[in-house]
Design a protein around this ligand. Structure first.
Ligand SMILES: [Zn+2]
Ligand SMILES: [Zn+2]
Length: 309
């Protein structure tokens, strides 16, 4: 690691000294020089080494004051996420082209720099974490909040809820999934008596209704292991499924309570068991699964041991 007073760092700093940069933007060009400090602190060190005057953030050639708005961005993110239940989050950002173009120019002059987006994401993430007590998760956050710095807008990406279980279908005449009316395609017409559906109910709807209500979710998708005919029962230990609920506001769901609610709602028709939370990647495995069918075959043997079915 280079030291602050190494020739390489000093000569890089001299190349950058003609730009009017706030401490954050100056320090960011030396992000890999020494750990455990903020870019703003790095900027102050460089400024003192070269005897440069401090540039107020509003006067900064690169960010034009944006680095002074991180606290505001953090508040916006916290407010946007408030109505959702979450334990982990991640902050991302979209920064206007004008700034990223200037940044490309300046980053070509240093070998120690990092991008402004990276700094925004990290610093806003720290502020949000401090104010909410929730943790940053880079791999599978419950919510990803994207800050649009140009329009002061927050876009949320809410991780869906996936609930695995097995269902038994106790009566005939119910399709596995929702079946939109073939005449109106779901809008509602005379043919379907305004329901938009070919059948009054489905395994999917019976299972999803209470789950979506409890999770305060949006759309739901039902992923079954294989399909089955409408007139076939599903008994034994049941068919595996994963219910996907988009944009859930509640995640801490008591699945044994949910199971009871589904089973009382679906009484005599559909029964679920083994509910547990699942991951998205399990859906593909589930779909590839061939539901095993059991057939009873009578086999008799003749005297030479040859099999006659
Ligand atoms: Zn700046
Ligand atoms: Zn219709």
């Amino acid at each position: 690691m280079d030291e602050w007073d190494s020739d390489a760092v000093i000569s890089t700093a001299k190349k950058l000294s003609s730009y009017r940069l706030c401490d954050s933007c100056l320090g960011r060009q030396f992000a890999t020089v020494s750990h455990g400090m903020s870019n703003e602190e790095r900027g102050a060190i460089i400024r003192q080494l070269l005897g440069l005057e401090k540039v107020e953030v509003e006067e900064c050639w690169l960010c034009g004051g944006m680095m002074g708005e991180l606290g505001k961005f953090a508040e916006m993110v916290v407010e946007a996420m408030e109505k959702y239940e979450y334990e982990t989050f991640l902050v991302g950002s979209r920064v206007e082209k004008e700034i990223t173009a200037k940044e490309d120019e300046i980053l070509s002059l240093t070998e120690y720099g990092e991008s402004i987006k990276r700094e925004i994401n990290r610093e806003v993430g720290k502020l949000v974490s401090a104010s909410t007590g929730k943790e940053v998760d880079f791999i599978r956050p419950h919510i990803t909040a994207i800050i649009n710095t140009q329009y002061d807008d927050i876009e949320l990406d809410i991780r869906p809820l996936y609930i695995y279980g097995r269902y038994r279908k106790l009566i005939r005449g119910i399709p596995q999934t929702k079946w939109p009316c073939r005449k109106c395609n779901g809008i509602g017409c005379e043919y379907c008596h305004g329901t938009g559906k070919m059948y009054e109910e489905s395994v999917e709807e019976i299972i999803a209704k209470r789950a979506v209500e409890i999770a305060e979710g949006g759309e739901e998708y039902f992923h079954g292991a294989g399909r089955e005919d409408i007139d076939v029962l599903m008994l034994g230990n049941g068919r595996p499924f994963i219910l996907e609920i988009r944009e859930p506001r509640r995640r801490k769901i008591d699945l044994s309570d949910l199971q009871k609610e589904i089973n009382s709602f679906g009484k005599g028709k559909v029964e679920v068991s083994e509910l547990r939370f699942a991951e998205k990647k399990e859906i593909e495995k589930l779909k590839a699964m061939k539901a095993t069918k059991t057939y009873r075959v009578i086999i008799s043997f003749d005297e030479k041991g040859k099999i006659n079915e």
